[in-house]
Design a protein around this ligand. Structure first.
Ligand code: ADP
Ligand code: MG
Length: 258
């Protein structure tokens, strides 16, 4: 990566607590345009909370988030909340697409309706334009023939590809994937990874939480190991999977996945 460029997103000291549990503990992170980051780590280490904090789905307790250099949401250490600045929060959310483990499609809408919803309601696009964007995104994820069906009739892999199309329809600059394949039957994992790969090849900036080390190795520019709200180690996949083996906690984590 050319680190002389400005990061797309910069986290400075991001902290999120749940009562007396610190789920995310003073995390600093720069993600550069086009970078593919994979975050791994044991269950409960704060990976989802970190992604949710980036997308401002969690109100952080401390730290600063900058998107393209612009400060978008933060809470001071004195507890004064600045997240209630709706324009900045909404603007950030439209720039960041998120894909969850459990799809979260709207069950009462067709596939096309699901993908059109963001452009129509949030981007306030005219109907024809939103339909065109949604049609294009469904074609990109290989689901043009499913546009008029309801989510309940789809396989898990298809649902997740609709969820990806729906996120892409907002034309995000950053995509967050939180264990996008962990609710899928093994034979459906590949089609979702292929879709994510296509996006990666097109230069999308992305942060992916996954337990699939083969995928991480193949796709990531950088792998980060998270534990107890901290980044314990990070590096390019080659460094990570060789040097990481020297760290007892990472080694035992990786061995458990095999
Ligand atoms: P991971 O995604 O790495 O499994 P999470 O970010 O989901 O970890 O959770 C980190 C820690 O925060 C865990 O101990 C979890 O129980 C706790 N946690 C997450 N969400 C909440 C919540 N809404 N309320 C209370 N505790 C939470
Ligand atoms: Mg999680």
């Amino acid at each position: 990566m050319n680190t002389a460029r400005e990061p797309l997103i910069r986290l400075e000291g991001i902290t999120k607590r749940f009562k007396n549990l610190t789920a995310v503990d003073r995390i600093d992170l720069d993600v550069f345009p086009g970078e593919k980051l994979v975050i791994i780590g044991p269950s409960g280490s704060g990976k989802s909370t970190l992604l949710r904090s980036i997308n401002l789905l969690e109100e952080i307790d401390d730290g600063v988030i900058r998107f393209q250099g612009r400060e978008v949401g933060y809470v001071t250490s004195h507890g004064r909340r600045h997240l209630d600045r709706p324009p900045a929060v909404c603007a950030l959310r439209t720039e960041i697409g998120m894909v969850f483990q459990h799809f979260h499609l709207f069950p009462h809408m067709t596939v096309l309706g699901n993908v059109m919803e963001g452009p129509l309601i949030v981007r306030k696009m005219p109907l024809n334009e939103a339909r065109q964007v949604a049609t294009d995104m469904l074609s990109k994820v290989g689901l043009s023939d499913k546009r008029d069906v309801f989510p309940a009739t789809l396989s898990g892999g298809q649902k997740q590809r609709v969820a990806i199309a729906r996120a892409l329809a907002m034309r995000p600059k950053l995509m967050l994937f939180d264990e996008p394949t962990s609710a899928l039957d093994p034979e459906l994992v590949g089609e979702v990874f292929d879709t994510i790969h296509t996006l990666a090849d097109e230069g999308m900036t992305m942060i992916i939480v996954t337990h699939h080390m083969g995928f991480a190795r193949e796709l990531a520019d950088r792998v980060i190991f998270m534990e107890s709200g901290h980044f314990l180690a990070q590096g390019n996949p080659h460094e990570f999977f060789s040097v990481g083996q020297e760290n007892e906690r990472i080694r035992s984590f990786l061995n458990r996945l095999l």
